[in-house]
Design a protein around this ligand. Structure first.
Ligand SMILES: Cc1cc2nc3c(=O)[nH]c(=O)nc-3n(C[C@H](O)[C@H](O)[C@H](O)COP(=O)(O)O)c2cc1C
Length: 232
């Protein structure tokens, strides 16, 4: 499957999350295209709160950085995000990246392509915090409308991949193999989970009844979602 990877840091060989992601990619890509982006290099800016994206996402001042990433995401079957735990949450550059996609949360202007994609969210910690870190990512994936979301959070008890215990590496490999088999087995004809569908209908009701933001309502109307069309 076609994969787009967003790495929260530029660490490679020394990084536990990078090494774990590489092992997943080997199993899941089956030789298909894998496009990788590294933060903060590939999207170094913070959201400045100009609200431009809520009327037209191409008017974001950071769109030159975002465009190749957005195009890659739209064309991918699976998104992989990596996030080492930094003080119990995603590294700041990943939060800054996610902030740039507020406009495509389901309450606003979700992209229909998202409802047919899967995401794998990978986090490592020295000892604690993968749950809250994965939640940071999972919130965005859920509200983007991603059909199926898998998480892989592990404590590696190390600062670098080199110092991760060999026994731990073997265990991680077994767990990666197991989750990869599960992901591949469910990769045909992806439909959104019940949770995503329930959220979609709640947002649809909101747009239909209250019509808060004209740009958001226009988007839902253009997609035909306030009538019979559905994004899945
Ligand atoms: C700034 C910073 C903050 C961190 N905060 C935590 C933390 O809250 N909990 C924890 O268990 N490890 C924490 N760590 C350790 C890393 O999460 C851990 O070593 C992780 O595996 C590093 O991933 P990487 O090898 O992919 O860079 C922190 C590391 C850094 C650099």
């Amino acid at each position: 499957m076609k994969i787009t990877v967003i790495y929260a840091t530029q660490r490679k060989l020394k990084s536990s999350t990078y090494n774990i992601a590489q092992r997943f990619i080997r199993q899941l890509s089956d030789g298909d295209i894998v496009t990788e982006f590294f933060l903060p290099k590939d999207m170094p800016n913070f959201c400045i709160g100009c609200w431009n994206c809520f009327t037209d996402f191409k008017k974001c001042p950071d769109y030159p950085y975002l465009e190749p990433i957005v195009e890659s995401i739209l064309g991918a079957d699976m998104l992989i995000f990596t996030a080492p735990v930094y003080v119990y949450h995603v590294p700041g550059q990943l939060k800054a990246f996610l902030d740039h996609f507020g406009y495509q949360w389901m309450a606003h202007q979700p992209r229909k392509e998202m409802f047919g994609k899967q995401a794998l969210l990978i986090s490592t910690a020295a000892g604690a915090g993968t749950k809250s870190t994965l939640k940071d990512l999972k919130d965005s994936m859920t509200f983007w409308g991603i059909a199926r979301i898998y998480t892989f959070g592990r404590n590696v008890y190390a600062s670098d991949w080199d110092t991760v215990d060999d026994k731990k590496k073997l265990k991680l490999q077994r767990e990666i193999d197991k989750l990869s088999v599960k992901i591949k087995a469910g990769s045909e004809n992806i439909k959104p989970s019940l949770k995503i569908k329930v959220l979609f209908y709640a947002m649809r009701f909101m747009h239909k009844k209250f019509r808060f933001n004209p740009s958001d309502v226009r988007h839902w109307e253009e997609q035909g979602w306030l009538e019979k069309e559905r994004p899945w």
